[in-house]
Design a protein around this ligand. Structure first.
Ligand code: F7E
Length: 323
């Protein structure tokens, strides 16, 4: 009999990539979507279940009915800027959604549960690289909500001896990222400029991030759940740090634009047109930055390491993302 897996958030970037990855293996895959209309964003071969992660009795009944072997809990509101505008909604979905699943698995035998933690739980690190033991002091409602989910997952692991694995994933990108994330926004913005001459805007380009290639990170989730010696917390990252400005410069270079920064804009030297303007209105009330993750524990315990480094990542995304 095939193992049964549930992916919550199956229509998001990581959900789609994990579906692709597991479809190559011998799994019966179930995916939770908020609205049945989201079915079109899921991969063929995935059994779509409609339901709100906040609906306690529905989540309990789904988990009891299907008796999944593995659950990858990826559903969350993951847009950091949005979380400042709608903190209550973000807390509700990200915290209560996680609690619903944790309570449901307490009542059912399950081989493993994966919780999608994030570098945003660290807030504004003052030293780098960060390890799993680095103090967690989030600086956005999103980070706070994820930390509540992370501590709840740790608590249920310890209190009820449950097989719960927590990833602490740094930024990971792919062609499935929508344009509200900066990597896709930059690539689409530059490609649109080339086609139409229309400029676009960015916020704080000095933020320092650790960016990896998302397909490698979903492979990491799977390897963690299957090969870690005991349920634990693991950073998946590249141990490299680059600014948003470096990402922008690489993309502009790939597009063949000779650039010049003047005041609050980036200009195309050949045409003398602005390509990007930098707007204070796009800054976040509190910027989480200085990210650089040490992935040694994941490497030591189950052999995971990223192979795609910054320049290759930018080039791949540039090739894969269309306007
Ligand atoms: O921002 C800066 C922005 O929105 C990256 C999520 O997956 O990774 C992601 O969160 C940086 C930030 O991702 C714009 O201020 C400048 O410093 O692509 P992003 P994120 O906020 O880092 C973490 C690990 C998660 O867990 C999240 O769920 O870029 N930035 N100008 C901008 N960002 C956006 N979105 N748009 C701008 O115009």
């Amino acid at each position: 009999m095939k193992a049964k897996v549930l992916i919550t958030g199956v229509s998001g970037q990581d959900g789609k990539l994990l579906s692709e990855f597991l479809l190559e293996k011998d799994y019966e895959i179930y995916g939770l979507v908020r609205r049945i209309a989201d079915r079109k964003f899921t991969k063929e071969g995935v059994n779509v279940i409609e339901g709100d992660i906040r609906d306690t009795s529905l989540i309990e009944s789904i988990v009891a009915k299907y008796k999944f072997d593995e659950i990858y809990h990826l559903a969350s509101i993951s847009d950091v800027a949005y979380s400042f505008e709608h903190p209550a909604e973000v807390y509700d979905v990200n915290i209560n959604g996680t609690l619903n699943l944790l309570n449901a698995i307490r009542k059912t035998n399950i081989a493993s549960f994966y919780f999608a933690g994030t570098s945003e739980m660290f807030g504004k690190p003052t030293t780098k690289p960060q390890t799993e033991d680095y103090p967690m002091e989030p600086v956005s409602p999103y980070g706070v909500s994820k930390l509540a989910g992370y501590w709840s997952s740790n608590l249920y692991r310890q209190a009820y001896n449950l097989p719960i694995y927590c990833g602490i994933l740094y930024n990971h990108e792919s062609k499935y990222r929508p344009e509200n994330f900066v990597t896709t926004k930059i690539i689409k913005g530059v490609k649109r400029y080339i086609k139409t001459g229309v400029k676009f805007s960015l916020g704080n380009i000095m933020a320092l991030k650790d960016w990896g290639y998302a397909p490698e990170y979903v492979r990491g989730m799977y390897e963690m759940v299957h090969n870690a010696p005991t349920p634990s917390d693991y950073i998946l990252a590249t141990n490299e740090q680059h600014s948003v400005k470096e990402f922008l410069d690489e993309v502009v270079k790939l597009a063949g634009i000779d650039r010049m920064y003047v005041d609050e804009s980036l200009y195309d030297v050949t045409t003398n047109f602005p390509v990007v303007t930098f707007e204070k209105s796009l800054y976040r009330p509190n910027e989480a930055d200085n990210y650089m993750g040490e992935y040694y524990k994941a490497f030591k315990d189950f052999g995971w390491k990223p192979t795609i480094r910054f320049k290759e990542l930018v080039r791949k995304l540039y090739e894969e993302i269309e306007v």
